[in-house]
Design a protein around this ligand. Structure first.
Ligand code: C5P
Length: 222
């Protein structure tokens, strides 16, 4: 089957407090989104990459693509939320394809996580990477809070991989605010999601602290 990665970079990165979206911030002279795309190209051969970007940043990408030999990457226009950005990228995907959807702001994903998520699609048509929690967690209730059994919970990462037919059907539903990732969209459409272990460094760069950590890890890992 063909393999496609949709890298969603359609956000404006307000929580980072920077004037350019966080996916375009540079670490050692290279934009975060470039690190992310390179991870996928190294992990999977014959991969088609679709990058979803805010229209206002298409010009920025043109220059970056030239500099890093990424002109083969297809571009789709971002929407007003992540769900719409995924829909936009999916419109460029054929049937009979395994699709990985990945946050551009997760440049520290490793090859093993990417490969396991693609391979895991065999099981139920949908596979996502998750991590065990190290901290204790509590559930907030209207009376206060309750301790919960940590072993019953997992943190969810990307890439989230699916058979293209399932994903397109699931993404034809109307948007709901409970959809914080692709697995929640697909699951709401009656599809069982399989889990594989992610990698601990695969953080989603959201706040300045995440950025500081990513800078350190990307420099150490070079
Ligand atoms: O905003 P959040 O941190 O949840 O974004 C996760 C990913 O989704 C980021 O890579 C971001 O660029 C992407 N996104 C998008 N389109 C939007 C909002 C977020 O592609 N409208």
């Amino acid at each position: 089957m063909k393999k496609v990665a949709i890298i969603v970079a359609g956000g404006s990165g307000e929580r980072m407090g920077t004037s350019i979206p966080k996916q375009f911030l540079k670490i050692s002279g290279k934009e975060i989104v470039v690190y992310t795309i390179e991870k996928f190209l190294q992990a999977v051969s014959d991969l088609l990459v679709i990058l979803v970007l805010p229209k206002a940043h298409f010009y920025r990408w043109e220059k970056i693509a030239k500099k890093f030999n990424l002109e083969h990457v297809l571009i789709a226009e971002g929407g007003s939320n992540r769900f719409e950005s995924v829909q936009s990228g999916l419109s460029l995907v054929d049937s009979n394809t395994i699709v990985a959807i990945h946050d551009a702001v997760r440049p520290l994903v490793n090859s093993l996580t990417i490969q396991k998520a693609f391979d895991g699609v065999k099981l139920t048509g949908a596979c996502i990477p998750v991590m065990k929690l190290n901290e204790s967690i509590r559930e907030l209730t209207n009376k206060g809070s309750n301790a919960v059994i940590r072993e019953n919970f997992r943190l969810v990462q990307t890439p989230q991989c699916f058979k293209s037919e399932l994903l397109k059907e699931a993404y034809s539903q109307p948007y709901q605010s409970i959809y914080t990732d692709d697995a929640s969209v697909v699951e709401n459409h009656g599809i069982k999601v399989s889990l594989v272990e992610g990698n601990v460094e695969n953080i989603k760069i959201t706040t300045p602290i995440d950025l500081a950590l990513a800078k350190h890890l990307l420099k150490v890992k070079k």
